[in-house]
Design a protein around this ligand. Structure first.
Ligand code: C5P
Length: 234
């Protein structure tokens, strides 16, 4: 089994990120670099994490005109990331441009194309917020609509909340990959996550990858926490 644990490097500096990555790398499948770390430490932190041999998920959630997103994706490919995110609400042309750019830039660089993951509805949004911006006010229906659009636009994966996995698995092709945050083992606090599943439950529901932050990096022994989670999956 491939190790499905992606540790969110939600720390403010490159030094902290690298120390954490080196500590837990043997027990995890990849590291997620998001807006906080990337904005503070820049592309160099991606290179440094890649230099440890670990895979990188660049979670910058691109959302712009198709040409700009295509160029940003090409830059991410040149950084040699294995996964990246875009907002599906950027529309079909933007999604197609992102996927095509990932394929083309990877061919030019002589490496496998990264997995371009579509973000549907942010879990921070509820029906009222969706209505306020003129969207379908039913969160579940909006998630399914954007997920379907993402698949029609050529994306090969989605980010979703744990409680969306089962419904999405009904409507997306079986080869599509689902990446899910909102994972809690039960041993720690839920923090600000409201709808969580355990690692095992999420995998059983059909997740391909688990994004796990605080249950690993805020644990007294992050390496041990990651190993325990991995053991719970086998
Ligand atoms: O610490 P925790 O396990 O909650 O971290 C989850 C990670 O997944 C964080 O980087 C967070 O930004 C991200 N995420 C999330 N919920 C979403 C999308 C992304 O928790 N809906």
């Amino acid at each position: 089994m491939r190790n499905p644990i992606i540790v969110a490097l939600d720390v403010p500096s490159a030094d902290q990120a690298i120390a954490l990555a080196e500590q837990v790398a043997p027990a995890v499948g990849a590291f997620k670099i998001g807006k906080e770390l990337f904005t503070a430490a820049g592309p160099d932190v991606v290179r440094k994490i890649r230099a440890t041999g670990a895979s990188v998920f660049l979670d910058l959630k691109f959302h712009d005109i198709p040409n700009t997103v295509a160029k940003a994706v090409a830059s991410a490919v040149r950084l040699d990331v294995q996964m990246l995110t875009i907002h599906t609400s950027g529309g079909p042309a933007m999604m197609r441009a992102a996927e095509e750019s990932a394929q083309k830039a990877a061919l030019q660089a002589g490496r496998a194309a990264p997995l371009v993951l579509g973000v549907t509805v942010l879990t921070s949004m509820d029906g009222n917020e969706l209505s306020a911006i003129g969207y379908e006010g039913n969160v579940g229906r909006q998630v399914e609509r954007l997920a379907q659009l993402a698949m029609e636009s050529g994306l090969r994966g989605l980010v979703c909340s744990p409680l969306e996995i089962a419904a999405l698995r009904q409507i997306i092709p079986s080869h599509a990959q689902l990446v899910t945050p909102g994972i809690r083992t039960g041993a720690e606090q839920a923090d600000d996550q409201k709808r969580t599943l355990t690692p095992r439950e999420a995998m059983d529901a059909g997740a391909s990858w688990l994004v796990i932050g605080r249950p690993i990096y805020a644990a007294p022994n992050p390496r041990e926490a990651a190993e325990k989670i991995l053991a719970s999956l086998t």
